[in-house]
Design a protein around this ligand. Structure first.
Ligand SMILES: NC(=O)c1ccc[n+]([C@@H]2O[C@H](COP(=O)([O-])OP(=O)(O)OC[C@H]3O[C@@H](n4cnc5c(N)ncnc54)[C@H](O)[C@@H]3O)[C@@H](O)[C@H]2O)c1
Length: 296
């Protein structure tokens, strides 16, 4: 007996990365799955977004788990397209119980003229499109009369500032306000609304050529290994980044009956990133201890 038997879950940004992991985790627990993804590049983003072959691969992997799966190329910024997705979901599956609004882009910027357009793109994608997805899917969520669960992917950047990432940080902070308002507005319908806040995750959004250079300034041809030390310095637990499945465990919890009385929260899955005491991080502490050992 799965924790999501008889349920239908829709995941945005589901072609790869965390979205794919969430789709598979919820499917393992018996949910029928709807995945959406833009499957094309957004201008200005420094790494490749998913393509249609990624979306098809997720659909195949989900079906192999023995549940039904629909996939749609859909830009979450496009309210009309998201409404079509909801309508098709209603036609095919007749219900919707869980909406995981996971899509997003990472697009660092300075404080300059060039940032003006980037700001709009990031806010539009990472914040406004979340609202549009909620508006498009809510009638179907409500239609069962059995309640439901909306889960939004924030970030450690929902709680703390990230250097050269004002638009991303503001969008992700904004999601916490949105989660609280939606939780209040939808409580009477037993629709619970929560956020997960990951630290660095092993996906293309984080591990890409552009970030390699950002994390290793001055280093020629930096490798993924070179990113590990600076990435780990952001976390309290001694790890540079985590696999997407660890976010999926939290998503499953929030989607499931086990979280029946949990609404309006922002759940960090962040290796302690957001509670680090100021000053020497454990990583720097260990490094200093090793250096000292070398001197002894
Ligand atoms: N990777 C990290 O380190 C990290 C850390 C904290 C939070 N996050 C958040 O996790 C979420 C998932 O990202 P990921 O790490 O899996 O990266 P990812 O790039 O692998 O996945 C994001 C997916 O969203 C899709 N997408 C982007 N814009 C879209 C749009 N307008 N409409 C529909 N789909 C769109 C992309 O094509 C991609 O498949 C994002 O919200 C991201 O901000 C990521």
């Amino acid at each position: 007996m799965g924790k999501m038997d008889g349920k239908v879950a829709l995941i945005t940004g589901g072609a790869r990365g965390q979205g794919r992991a969430h789709a598979l985790r919820l499917a393992q627990e018996g949910a029928d799955i709807v995945i959406t993804d833009i499957c094309k590049q957004i201008e200005g983003v420094h790494y490749p977004l998913a393509d249609e072959s990624d979306l098809a691969e997720t659909e195949k992997l989900v079906r192999e788990l023995g549940v039904r799966c629909l996939s749609f190329v859909a830009d979450a910024r496009d309210a009309a397209r998201m409404k079509e997705v909801a309508d098709r979901t209603a036609d095919e599956f007749g219900r919707l119980d869980t909406v995981v609004i996971n899509h997003g882009i990472g697009l660092p910027h300075g404080i300059d003229e060039e940032s003006l357009e980037i700001w709009d793109t990031v806010i539009e994608t990472n914040l406004s499109a979340v609202w549009r997805t909620v508006v498009a899917t809510l009638p179907l969520l409500k239609a069962t009369g059995e309640g439901g669960s909306i889960i939004v992917t924030g970030s450690a950047a929902s709680l703390v500032a990230i250097f050269n990432n004002a638009a991303y940080t503001v969008a992700k902070h904004g999601l916490i306000g949105l989660v609280k308002c939606l939780a209040a507005d939808l409580a009477q319908d037993w629709i619970r609304v929560n956020a997960v806040l990951p630290t660095n995750v092993n996906t293309t959004l984080f591990i890409n050529e552009y970030n390699k250079s950002r994390f290793c300034p001055g280093k020629e041809d930096p490798t993924v290994d070179d990113m590990k030390i600076p990435a780990e310095s952001l976390n309290l637990l001694p790890v540079p980044w985590m696999e997407p499945e660890y976010v999926s465990h939290a998503v499953l919890y929030l989607a499931s009956e086990e979280a029946k009385y949990v609404t309006g929260i922002a759940l960090p899955v962040d290796a302690g990133m957001t509670i680090q005491p100021p000053g020497i991080t454990p990583f720097v502490g260990r490094m200093m201890a090793e250096l000292k050992q070398g001197l002894d």
